[in-house]
Every structure is written in structure tokens, then in C-alpha cells.
Design a protein around this ligand. Sequence first.
Ligand SMILES: Cc1cc2nc3c(=O)[nH]c(=O)nc-3n(C[C@H](O)[C@H](O)[C@H](O)COP(=O)(O)O)c2cc1C
Length: 337
Amino acid sequence: MANLTTTYMGVKLKNPLILGACNLTSKTGIAEQLEEAGIGAIVYRSLFEEQVQLEDLQLTEELTEYENRNAEMESLFPNIEHAGPKEHLYQLEKLKKKLSIPVFASLNAIYEPTWIEYAKELESTGIDGIELNLYDVPGYFDLSGQSIEDKQLQIVEAIKQAVHIPVSVKISLFYTNPLNFIRRVDEAGADAYVLFNRFFQPDIDVEKQEFQFPWELSNPKDRMISLRFAGLLYGNLDGSICVSRGIYDANDVIRMILAGADTVQVVSTIYKNKIQVVPEILSGLNRWMDEKGYKTIDEFKGKLSRKNIKDPFVYQRAQYVELLMNSDEVFKKHPTI
Ligand SMILES: Cc1cc2nc3c(=O)[nH]c(=O)nc-3n(C[C@H](O)[C@H](O)[C@H](O)COP(=O)(O)O)c2cc1C
């Protein structure tokens, strides 16, 4: 049996598999079953300031607009009786006490003072770290990318000063240069980066001519963009790299570690394949490491990162170039074209 232990944002994990933020953690007994199944750590579902505001019925007209709705909120009008930060903090603290694996909180706030206040309150529950769920769905024409990044950076810096536990940053893909933004966040002292957020996009029901928000799980191919960035980032940051999006099985986990990830987060595969996928992934990882003669995760972490490969352009080659260079192969695969 290989040694699967790894360190993520300064916290020791028994293996690199983490449950990503989702509402599975609020369902009775699921987190405990995941712990029993062998998961390395858990990210509790996000505390959204916007959701809290909704529940307090202090909503401004602007926030009720659909396009400004937070991308990952669970419902537009949640149950008022059981909601609010107090209930969230209470449930989180209860879960942390029950589990022996590390538990991380996840936070998305709107205003800087609230980010800081909630981060401190989350810390007081005894959790092992906080994941800042950073995103800004474009809604204003006069806000430059630079000013959005500067504001986000300021929030990370302020939270790092306000709390004493590790802080990770879950970022969106929608930066002109995510590498530059992540490096700036790294310099600001963040402890880990989660690649990447996944937004629920609005769709339109043409029959009813209404908006709908379909609950879709990730496509397994979604992992490829995260793999690219793990490969580019490895060896360039002080913080840990955690890959999320489209990780379904042991091979996906192995791929991400080879590219440079310290850990991976899974959500969709648990919804689709149920809790049994956790021991399947862990035994697949163990088996592969035994076959390849690796005793520890560190022995193959980043082996195929940009830093450690001969062809440094693998991670920078754009799809069009690849297609042009291999167009014969593409036609062979699709003979009807
Ligand atoms: C039902 C559901 C609820 C989610 N809730 C949150 C959340 O509260 N906070 C958050 O940062 N991400 C949330 N996510 C996004 C996941 O944490 C994860 O980033 C995304 O699903 C990609 O990982 P996956 O491909 O393994 O599903 C949610 C995803 C799902 C499917």
C-alpha cells in the first residue's frame, strides 16, 4: 500500500481527495459516510452573504435581478426559518466536532467588511481553513478587469490579516491571465488555489419564454482546463494547488497530480456515482502507485508539469494550432465530414 498523505494549505491530509463545497454537507449523515468511505477532507457548503441578505429580507432591488444572482446559490428564496449565518455557523461547528478529518469552510461575501466579519465567525467554529469563493459575474460596463482584480486581492489580504487559519482561494477562469492573478494572490499570502469555480449559467425555456437554472453536473472533459493550469502553476507558487471540475475517477486524480496538483476536489462524481466512488478512487490510486513503484504522492507530483517536461509548449499550445497540425487525424475520426 502506497502512502497517500499530502499537505494542503499547511494541513496534513490522509489522501488528496476532498469533497468540494456543495449542499451534500448539509444532508444528515452524508459527511460522516464520506469520512468513513475514506475522503481526505471536506469543504462545507458556501456561506453566501447574498443568501443571508435574502433571508433577512433586506434585499435591494438590484440584487433581485437575475443577472446579478450569485452563480452558485442553491435557491433564490431559501427557507427563512432555517437560514442565516447563525444557523450556518451552528451546523458547521456541529459537523467539525463530529468529524476527525479536516473541515474547511467556504465563503462568498459582497462587501469587504462582511468578508472579514464572516471569515472571523467561520474561524470561531474551529474549522481547519477557509476557502474564499471569489468570483465576479460581469454586470457593469464601466468596471475594468484590473479594478475587479485589485478589489479581490484586497479582500484576500484583509482576510489573511484577520484570521489565523489557512486561507485558500477558489477562482474563476474568467481572468485575462489567471496565472498573473494567482501569482498576485500568492504574493498576498494565500495558502492554496482551487482551480476553478463552476458557475450555473442561466438558460431559457423557449416554450414558457422564461429563465431556468438547470442543475447540471460537470462534464468529465471540464477537467482539461484545470489540468492545463495545474501544469502551468506547479513549482511557481508558495501555496498549494487544488484541482476541481470534472474529476470522476482514479485516473483523473492521477492526471492532476502528475500535472502538479497537491489535492483534488470532487462533487459531481459523488452525485453521479455515489459515496462508493471514494474507495474506488482511493484503491485505483493505490493500485496505480504500486504498479508504477511510487511510494508517496510527492514522488510523482508535478512530473508532467511545464517545469519538468522537455516540451514547455505542451501547456501553451492552442487548440487551433493543434487541430491544423493534425487535421488528417481529425478527419479519420469523423469520416462523415
Ligand atoms: C449541487 C452543487 C452545489 C454547489 N455548491 C457550491 C457552493 O456552495 N460553493 C462553491 O464554491 N461551489 C459550489 N458548487 C461547485 C462545486 O464545489 C465544484 O466547484 C464544481 O461542481 C466542480 O466540481 P465537480 O466537477 O467535481 O462537480 C456546487 C456544485 C454543485 C453540483
